[in-house]
Ligand binder design. Structure first.
Ligand SMILES: [Zn+2]
Ligand SMILES: [Zn+2]
Length: 354
C-alpha cells in the first residue's frame, strides 16, 4: 500500500498556543501554524508535560527568549513532512528530543554536545509543545509504538534524570539520598537503584509524594517540614550516621543544598540537579569540601538520552504510575502554573485537544 509522503497543507493555518512574553506575561494566542522546512516534520501535539522549568522560563530564567511557546516534554503525531523527510511515517506517534546542537562549535566537536555554544532547547529558547502543533527535525523523533502517551510524556524528564545518573557515576552498592519527590525525584529514585544504589532514601515535604516514593522503591522516606528542617536532618543522620555516598539535590532550594553537604559521606558526591534562581547563592564551607574530599557535580539537561529513557519506560523499569495528577487544556495553563505550587500535585499535562 502506498503511503503519502507529504500531506498537502492549506496555505495559512492558524493554531492556538501558550505564548510567554517579556515581564512574566503569558496568554493563549492565535498564531500561524509553523511550516516544516527541509529535514523537518510538522507534529500535532497529543500531550505535553508541565515542568518547574516552565515557571523559571516565564520569569525570564534559564535560557528563555521571548516571545516563547513553552513546553519541552512532548508526545505528538507526525502530521506532515518537510522536503526530504520520509520517516517517521505520517500518523506515527512519537516523543521529541527537544535539544538541537550546532555540531560545529568547540564543545560539539569535542563530543560534549550538551555544552553547545548555540544550544537550542525547544520550549525554552525555541517554539515548544504548549500548542496544537510544532515543527521538529525528523532526526529528533522517537516512535513510541503502542506505549501509552500518559507514560511516554515522561520520556524527556526521564532522559534528564538519566543524564544526571550518568554524571553521578555511582559505584555499585552505594547509599543514596535524594531531596525532592516531584516527578524528577521519583524517576531518579528508580534510575539510581538501577545504576547501583543499594539503598535510596527520599526526603521531601509532602507525605503523599513520599508514599509514592516508597512505592517506587525508596527504602526510607523522611518528611521534611520546611519550618523545622532540623528534625528531618537528624532523622537522615540516624539512617546514615557516616553520611550518604551520594546526595542528590533535586528541589532547587539553597537551604536544602547547604544541609546536603553535611549529609554527604567523606569522599562522597553531591549532585546539584534542582534548578535554583540564577543569582541564588548557598553558603558552603570550602574547608569541609577540602578536608572531606567532597565532589560537587551539576546536571542541567540531557543530550542523546531520549532513546534510553524511552526504553526504560517501555520496559517498565521506570514506572510513572500515579504521577499525572492533572490534565488541562491550553486555556487552563494558569491552573498548571498554580499546580506547580500545590504540594498535592505531581505532574500536570497540557492536552491541546481538551
Ligand atoms: Zn522539564
Ligand atoms: Zn555546538
Amino acid at each position: 500500500m502506498e503511503r503519502p509522503l507529504h500531506r498537502k497543507l492549506p496555505r495559512v493555518l492558524r493554531m492556538r498556543a501558550v505564548v510567554f512574553r517579556e515581564g512574566s506575561q503569558w496568554k493563549v494566542e492565535d498564531v500561524q501554524t509553523p511550516t516544516p522546512g527541509p529535514g523537518e516534520a510538522l507534529l500535532t501535539i497529543v500531550k505535553t508535560g508541565v515542568c518547574g522549568t516552565d515557571e523559571h522560563l516565564l520569569h525570564g530564567g534559564f535560557i528563555a527568549t521571548f516571545p516563547l511557546v513553552p513546553g519541552h516534554e512532548m508526545v505528538a503525531e507526525v502530521a506532515a513532512h518537510g522536503d526530504g523527510v520520509t520517516w517517521p511515517a505520517i500518523g506515527t506517534r512519537v516523543v521529541v528530543d527537544n535539544t538541537v546542537f550546532c555540531g560545529e562549535c568547540s564543545a560539539c566537536r569535542r563530543g560534549t554536545q550538551l555544552y553547545c555554544e548555540k544550544f537550542i532547547s525547544l520550549g525554552c529558547n525555541a517554539p515548544g509543545g504548549f500548542a496544537e502543533q510544532v515543527v521538529v527535525r525528523a532526526s529528533k523523533l522517537y516512535p513510541i509504538g503502542d506505549l501509552d502517551p500518559d507514560i511516554a510524556v515522561f520520556t524527556e524528564p526521564t532522559a534528564c534524570a538519566m543524564h544526571g545518573v550518568d554524571v553521578l557515576g555511582l559505584s555499585p552498592a552505594s547509599d543514596v539520598l535524594i531531596f525532592g519527590a516531584g516527578p524528577t525525584g521519583l524517576i531518579l529514585a528508580q534510575l539510581l537503584r538501577m545504576a547501583g544504589a543499594a539503598r535510596v532514601t527520599v526526603a521531601a515535604p509532602t507525605a503523599s509524594k513520599l508514599a509514592l516514593a516508597a512505592q517506587h522503591g525508596a527504602a526510607h522516606t523522611v518528611q521534611m517540614d520546611r519550618s523545622n528542617p532540623r528534625a528531618a536532618l537528624d532523622r537522615l543522620r540516624t539512617i546514615a550516621p557516616e553520611g550518604f555516598d551520594a546526595v542528590v539535590e533535586a528541589t532547587g532550594s539553597t537551604a536544602v543544598l547547604e544541609s546536603a553537604v553535611s549529609l554527604t559521606r567523606t569522599g562522597g558526591t553531591l549532585l546539584v540537579y534542582g534548578l535554583a534562581g540564577e543569582n541564588a547563592t548557598a553558603a558552603i564551607r570550602p574547608y569541609e569540601v577540602f578536608s572531606r574530599e567532597l565532589t560537587i557535580k551539576g546536571s542541567f539537561a540531557q543530550a542523546n538520552c531520549i532513546g534510553r529513557a524511552l526504553f526504560a519506560l517501555q520496559s517498565g523499569v521506570v514506572s510513572t504510575q500515579g504521577m499525572i495528577t492533572s490534565e488541562l487544556g491550553l486555556a487552563d495553563f494558569g491552573q498548571a502554573l498554580d499546580n506547580l505550587k500545590d504540594s498535592a500535585q505531581i505532574k500536570s499535562v497540557m492536552v491541546p485537544q481538551l
